[in-house]
Ligand binder design. Structure first.
Ligand SMILES: Nc1ncnc2c1ncn2[C@@H]1O[C@H](COP(=O)(O)OP(=O)(O)OP(=O)(O)O)[C@@H](O)[C@H]1O
Ligand SMILES: [Mg+2]
Length: 283
């Protein structure tokens, strides 16, 4: 991979490091998300998935390295330039993050009222189109408290779509949903990506979901990217027999354990070893 950001990518990260109070939580992250693709970022708890996502949306600057989004280098952007890029993102937060005092329709209209000077009639039509896209047309006038968790996710997605974004970011879109609702959200993500041609970045540790929606997947481990490969590559790795996996490098075996949710493998061996070290020498 070239050391320079890729001008053809929707999002390009080069040598990105992030430290909080001196503690490095991401290091040497190199990643390109190409226009129209769905990139799934996976990894264990605390591996740095949400931090990667938050760097991409410009929530905070990287400690080192470069991040270019839709042609804008986040590092030397003014607040005004950052805001201009942000209007081209849609973000689906874990909770849906709807305003409870506003109807679903008003929640979706909010970004349009804030960031455009469209007439109310046009906004109304836009809201109906977005609600139709996520299958919530009949629920426009309800309050968030009157709809289920899965419907809140859909409403959050409709709001993320309000400004016709070029990139959609999802942080754990199926967290807290039952398996069927979660599968429906996955189908919706796939459909939106196909119908609208948007670029999507999805953080998840739900493997069923990852394999349903991903074009490519990036595996994070302890703040580093182990691999960025196609979904098919990960499928093949997951489906290797134990004998087939034995000669593979440790990183591959670690990823395989993660994909399969196996109780034995490099992840648990490492954990046991570090617990033993902590026992002997203190944490
Ligand atoms: N604002 C912050 N200040 C200090 N440390 C942080 C901050 N945000 C994240 N961290 C630390 O960075 C590391 C990575 O956190 P992150 O939230 O990115 O992990 P994650 O992969 O999203 O985990 P999870 O699957 O549990 O959501 C963790 O050790 C976390 O404690
Ligand atoms: Mg997270």
């Amino acid at each position: 991979m070239s050391p320079e950001p890729n001008p053809e990518a929707a999002i390009s990260l080069r040598g990105v490091r992030k430290a909080f109070g001196g503690k490095i939580v991401l290091d040497d992250i190199n990643l390109d998300v190409m226009p129209g693709e769905t990139m799934v970022i996976m990894g264990g708890s605390g591996s740095g998935k949400s931090t990667t996502l938050r760097l991409m949306i410009g929530s905070f600057p990287p400690t080192a390295g470069r991040i270019v989004i839709l042609g804008q280098d986040i590092g030397d952007a003014t607040e005004k330039q950052l805001n201009a890029v942000r209007t081209q993102f849609g973000i689906l937060f874990q909770s849906g993050a709807l305003f409870n005092s506003m109807s679903i329709a008003d929640n979706i209209a909010l970004p349009l009222r804030e960031h455009t000077d469209l007439d109310e009639e046009i906004i109304d039509i836009q809201v109906k189109i977005k609600l139709e896209l996520v299958g919530l047309r009949e629920h426009a006038d309800k309050l968030p408290s009157q709809i289920s968790g899965g419907m809140k996710k859909r409403a959050g997605l409709a709001r993320a779509l309000a400004l016709d974004p070029k990139i959609l970011f999802y942080d754990e879109p199926s967290a807290g949903l039952d398996p069927v609702t979660s599968a429906q959200i996955d189908q919706l993500i796939v459909a939106l990506s196909k119908q609208l041609g948007v670029t999507s970045v999805v953080v998840t540790h739900e493997m069923d979901s990852a394999f349903t929606i991903a074009d490519r997947m990036a595996m994070l481990d302890k703040g580093r990217i182990l691999t960025v490969e196609s979904r098919q590559w990960y499928e093949q790795l997951r489906d290797l027999t134990d004998d087939g996996a034995a000669p593979r490098p440790e990183d591959d075996r670690l990823i395989r354990q993660f994909l399969r949710g196996d109780s034995h493998g490099p992840i648990t061996e490492r954990r046991d070893a570090s617990a033993f070290e902590a026992d002997l020498f203190g944490p």
